[in-house]
Ligand binder design. Sequence first.
Ligand code: 3HC
Length: 653
Amino acid sequence: MSETTSFSATVSGTIDNGILVVTLDNAPVNATSGDVRAGLEKALSHAESSASVDAVVITGAGKTFIGGADIKEFGKPALDPTLPSVIEKIENLEKPVVAAINGAALGGGLEVALACHYRISSPTAQVGLPEVKLGIVPGAGGTQRLPRLIGIPAALDLIASGRIAKPDEALKLGIIDQIAQNDLVPAAVAVARNLVGKSLRRTGALDVAPADAAELEKISGKILAKARGQKAPAEAVRLVTSATRPLAEGLADERSTFLTLRDSREAAALRHVFFAERESSKVDGLEGVEPRPVKTIGICGLGLMGSGIAVAALGAGYAVIGLDQTAEAAEKGRERIIGLLERNLSSGRLDQAGFEAQKARLSVTASDADLAPCDLVIEAVFDDLNVKIDLFQRLDRVIRPEAILATNTSYLNPDEIAAATAHPERVIGMHFFSPAHVMRLLEVVRCARTAPDVLATGLAVAKKLRKLPVVTGVTEGFIGNRIFSAYRREAEFLLEDGALPHEIDAALENYGFPMGLFAVYDMAGLEIAWARRKRQAATRDPAERYVEIADTLCEAGRLGQKAGRGWYAYPDGKRTVDPEVTAIIEAARAKKGITPRSFSTEEIQQRMLQAMAAEGEALLKEGIAARPSDIDLVMINGYGFPAHKGGPMFARS
Ligand code: 3HC
């Protein structure tokens, strides 16, 4: 092995048996920042002109190959050399270039690899073109080279969905040529050595196999329906399906589409979400705080929520002890959990061995004492203060003093629950969203007396459960339900002011919500919110504007889809505007002497958005939410706010 040559601050090379091994070292993910591009270009020029170099291997330092273009550079003036020009140089080099994919090769990272003449990966690598998730399309040849390598239908599926493929799939599809069983770089060097003097397979020169038009139509239709008006997936479909044209033409179109999308509001919103997700786990006061070890999780209450939490915990490798009030209820809970695991088995998300292992880690009981081995107990029992206090006081007597108690309450005050226990510093809130084994959001509630390492443990467990944790302070409904209340209130004001439920829902769906608010109410059922309103009636400020329409609907038995009618009628199961509801709304307006006016779609969207953002501002001022982007994550991941709009705090700016 020769001495190391630096081509730039982030790109270096060594010669091994006549092969120049170029290593990109640009922490944290070896993104192709300006310095990387410049270094890579220099390395290629060196390889081209040096008689002592027969071939090149490109690899990444650390656990990533190349994480893609440097997203932080987007929005700044582009510095030469551009990524497409470096990639063109790789493809056209007269000497073999081999990609040694040691970890994630994503976006521009995979585009670099696609231009190499051979791709060998480690067994743990992952490849993908996730650009659409950032509101853009691949901008350095991905939409043109991938179809040349694996055909249009498979390329379309990967590029328009942005999904990541593991090495086995990548090999099967033909994205990579080989998976190295032993050390990757020596294997890549051997491959490169073997390619010297042979004719090189340049991806850009391959013919694109023509695809069946009906099949393409079917795949594209599915992608566009899912895109809900986003531009990037539609552009990806257009570029990939037209990859049969000459390479230069396709590349030029791809680049200009990439640049236009990169500067769009949609892309800015999705970049905001990308960085927000990484920012949310940085919590004040937790620097250097070690989480407590957690191996066994107790779950109290094995209803829908508790069972979902159990499935998430089993999937993350924890042992789970489920507690319910009676042996029969506990057994029913066990059956519900096994049922969910079986669904994972039949859908292929879990293999037989995984299923058996998870089943073996589950036990259920009706006896508090059996929770003694737990490191963390999460309660998901009936949302009543006395029920929860009683449970936590019983748990105080059976679990170790350092074990953590978490409440999954949605609306109660966890400080009051904590205050009634022997060790309030070990109490946190873990507010899951239903179904808990599916929904990614988890509000982690920092109570007044929660110890820092207890909060750190809540966050660490959430991550292991593959959730997106957002820390919230204590307030009624925490971040999400407080904003949701403001959203709901504004929708009801709009009803009184002149808009009808289907107009408000249409405006929300047009904005990108998967379903309008009133349709969601009907699906979930109106009775729980009705019961809450009745409880709150005694303490409600009479000077506050209160809309009675929902109460009138409930009194008339219109409790939602289950009752066959709610905000809408459902003849043949189809959501339909009901004149009876319109009459109830008109009567409510008349009772208050409101003269209705009409609202444009845009006006409805703006009023809803402003209501959410104003409540978000209040949460920031009260110190409940740490940063606006945390609020955005909650609304996107828990309440259907469209990610490509960036969340209510981003969207109002
Ligand atoms: N550019 C700039 N910064 C990036 C980045 C990128 N492409 N990818 C990740 N980072 C940063 C993150 O913001 C984070 O920074 P922080 O530590 O300051 O918070 C840090 O790198 C580590 O990121 P993760 O926490 O996500 O690290 P993981 O190890 O969990 O995951 C990864 C690594 C799988 C590479 C993941 O970061 C990822 O998916 N990155 C984005 C991949 C992507 O979308 N690439 C396409 C970019 S666009 C493109 O390439 C256009 C091209 O076609 C021209």
